[in-house]
Design a protein. Structure first.
Length: 462
């Protein structure tokens, strides 16, 4: 095993090429024309045999599933981590046990490789890259591409060209065999944010090759919210039904705000103004749709069919509550990461933090301030280019007066559900089967007051 320090400055002034698994217009056969050092990320290493002119190729992987690519005589030099110290493993065992470490592999399967320590690396914005070399340490979190970028910089890279690493959430390139079986977790946009931050921190110029023409699509991520207690069984049933229709998607029930959310002063102030959990869920939706993209759905919505057709054709969507009126809703929404529509929503909340929060006649924040009220204020009924307004029956096939039918639909079997949808008749004019059915509230769900906050009546705490 070679120490990391052997590569310090070895390719000073060279351009590095990093090849990932994301969709790209790049023709992999053209790797044969590249003489620069090339780093292959995870399953993309299957193309290293094409890089005949490259001065050296490398294989980076953090996931234990990627060990399937380690074979004697492989062209690329594996750059793999040494198992972290015992304390780190104790504190992060739920993550670390799934990682790829040199000591866990048979010696016969490890070609001449480079080893580095992976452990408690500082945050990207607060570290000294040179001091990490003394400890043979590469940044080993925030995505496999992060230690690869750090390694390229250590080697003396003058620039990084990314292929299939653009962060557009289109899944994997169809030409790549996912031999490892590693699922797409839908975090491409988050990783892109981290890699851009690191390249900026290291003063590394970057170019993204043959990705400009790719159409952005909404990531395969569904987010539910349940605050104040452990999600009850009926909520988990709702989530399980969604997962049944969406194999391979990343699904999560959020029960609290993430640390990075609350570190944003105006967002935390908005959270503190909420007096019902449904208001907090509205805020969570906006944050996730802007920063990570994907879908959000209320826990009182029953999935009917796959949302896959909704991933394309728009950068963000929501619906109206009903056929009449222009009041928008937020029971089911979707967006590409960092899209213009939810950027406007986030800026609007930041402006409220500066100019003053709205209040109802009781002195409280109006219940729908971060949901339907705000969406209706910012976007027209037909949308305005940033936000697409889908037909209401896609998610709201039942009217508020049909709540009994909606609840029956929830508890019915497949045959009875088809009958109930058939009874809707003219309320579904295009004949399209709804994607989900909103239940119009479940007792004890989103309207629960936030524990510990006083109730307000006529501006007085009671």
């Amino acid at each position: 095993m070679k120490p990391l320090s052997d590569y310090a400055g070895k390719y000073q002034g060279c351009r590095f090429v990093i090849v990932g698994k994301g969709p790209t217009k790049f023709q992999f056969e053209n790797l044969a024309e590249i003489g620069d050092p090339i780093i292959f990320i995870n399953d993309a290493v299957q193309f290293d045999h094409m890089a005949e002119r490259s001065v050296e190729t490398f294989f980076f992987a953090l996931d234990a599933k990627q060990a399937v690519w380690l074979e004697p005589g492989m062209r690329s030099t594996p750059v793999l981590s040494i198992r972290p110290d015992t304390q780190y493993m104790t504190e992060h065992g739920d993550i670390a046990h799934e990682r790829l470490f040199l000591c866990d592999l048979p010696t016969a399967r490890i070609p001449d490789c480079v080893g580095y320590r992976w452990g408690r690396a500082p945050d990207i914005d607060n570290f000294n890259p040179r001091s990490l070399l003394f400890d043979q340490l590469l940044i080993g979190h925030k995505g496999t591409i992060i230690p690869a970028i750090h390694f390229a910089w250590l080697c003396g890279a003058s620039e990084i060209a990314f292929i299939g690493c653009d962060g557009i959430p289109n899944g994997y390139d169809a030409r790549i065999e996912i031999k490892s079986g590693a699922p797409d977790l839908g975090v491409n946009a988050i990783i892109r944010k981290n890699q851009d931050a690191l390249c900026e921190r290291l003063d590394l110029p970057t170019v993204y090759v043959d990705t400009e023409s790719l159409e952005p699509v909404i990531p395969k991520r569904m987010n539910f919210a349940w605050f104040g207690s452990e999600p009850p069984e009926w909520v988990r049933d709702i989530v399980s039904l969604f997962e049944l229709h969406h194999p391979g998607w990343f699904t999560r029930i959020h029960t609290e705000f993430q640390e990075d959310m609350l570190s944003c002063s105006w967002f935390k102030e908005a959270v503190d103004k909420c007096w019902q959990f449904c208001q907090q869920a509205d805020l969570l939706y906006l944050w996730l749709l802007y920063n990570e993209g994907g879908f959000v759905m209320d826990t009182d919505s029953v999935t009917i069919r796959s949302f896959e057709p909704l991933r394309r054709g728009h950068s963000a969507f929501t619906t109206c509550h009903l056929a009449w009126g222009n009041r928008l809703t937020n029971g089911v929404m979707g967006s590409v990461p960092r899209g213009r529509a939810f950027a406007r929503c986030v800026r609007h909340i930041g402006q409220l933090a500066r100019t003053g929060w709205p209040r109802d006649k009781h002195g409280q924040l109006p219940r729908c301030s971060f949901g339907p009220t705000m969406l209706t204020e910012l976007f027209t009924e037909q949308g305005d280019g940033d936000m697409t307004i889908l037909p209401h029956w896609y998610f709201y096939p039942f009217r508020t007066t049909d709540r009994g039918m909606a609840m029956e639909f929830w508890h019915a079997g497949e045959e009875r559900r088809r009958e109930l949808l058939g009874q809707l008749g003219e309320s579904i004019p295009d004949g399209q089967i709804p994607f989900a059915a909103h239940m119009w509230g479940v007792d004890g769900s989103g309207h629960t007051p936030v524990e510990g906050l006083p109730r307000i009546l006529n501006g007085v705490a009671i």
